[in-house]
Ligand binder design. Sequence first.
Ligand SMILES: C[S@@+](CC[C@H](N)C(=O)[O-])C[C@H]1O[C@@H](n2cnc3c(N)ncnc32)[C@H](O)[C@@H]1O
Length: 414
Amino acid sequence: MVTQEYLTLAEASELIGKSKETLRRWDRDGKLTAVREPMSNYRVYKKEQVLSLFDDFFASKEIPEVSNAVVADREYRVLELFAGAGGLAVGLEKAGLKCIALNEIDKWACATLRQNRPHWNVLEGDIKNFDFSEYRDQVDVVTGGFPCQAFSYAGKKLGLNDARGTLFYEFARVVKEVNPILCIGENVRGLLSHENGRTLQGMISILDEIGYRVVPIQVLKAINYKVPQKRERLILVGIRKDISTIYEYPQPSSKIYNLSDALKKGELFDDDVPPSEGAKYPKRKREILELVPQKGYWRDLPIDLQKEFMGQSFYLGGGKTGMARRIGWDEPCLTLTCSPAQKQTERCHPEETRPFTVREYARIQTFPDDWQFSGSVAQQYKQIGNAVPVNLGREVGYSIVKFLNDHYGELKMK
Ligand SMILES: C[S@@+](CC[C@H](N)C(=O)[O-])C[C@H]1O[C@@H](n2cnc3c(N)ncnc32)[C@H](O)[C@@H]1O
């Protein structure tokens, strides 16, 4: 067991979200000094040094700022599937794209979409029950964050019919029905390694079969796209095979925003976060979390409280750096989940001992303050936690607008 002042390589990597290889490089370059932890004799790093190197890493990153902003040459139309509470849809709208229809099964998420955009055509229900052929050749882009499911895969090249019963099948079925210029799927990073990569390969081969070539996959880090949160989204871009225009992912920004930028008046928002409802911790949990400093976690507690809080997990290995974690004002928030007070992925407010409120959650996902969420507080957290951060959606939206401007420009030249 390593004491609270020291971190193993794995713990340091988990805490600051940099790979073990990066940390080893910092170690080799002499930036990070390993010591033998006095109690366990493990090779470990001083937590203070790891955190300060992390701050320097961001401060010294000199990427010239480039703007992805671009104005659409004409009206571009989107069909958004698995729309949730509209994180991606609002981002695309900010980039100048027009959502002509949105499909979503969850009634509260649909209520959110309708409440904020009464003119949007929200198609509520299971995607399986909708025929989208009326949109054939009527939309430029089909987008959707289909939930990830395994295919029953027999080792052969996967075809559309083999994927029947999955939500990716529905996504591909709609793309085939609608025949857009491009389709964009978004998903979690885990899709890369799901079933040893076979799920993603299956998706690429299905899109190929229905006439779409997939651009090399990228996982975009939200912090590089004006989002004060270390969230990642895998983006799957398919271009109709008769189109030779090159698609380019949005350029990362040089500016990294932190929790203070999310919740206080500044570059991202014109005012401090408005008050709102939020979840609370039970009394004992609150008493214990009171003792955790900003950027700290369970290891910062006295040893008897570490044991009480962690229970059996105390004796199991692994850093568990998400447990009893308090976010600092000067760091980007860790990825928000669908519920604000989960034991493995705690994100306590920096000064007050409580989970983030609904509006704070929304700010960290870069939703505008006037975007209202329907349903109970738990339903609202779920919708926000499920969303693509709006600013990431906007930057992806710009990349789509640029692609479509180029494509229609090339058509005119022919
Ligand atoms: C990751 S969330 C999408 C988030 C959304 N793109 C955003 O940015 O807010 C996936 C959504 O798919 C919806 N969904 C799941 N199964 C569905 C189905 N069979 N038909 C339609 N929507 C479904 C879920 O309710 C959930 O809102």
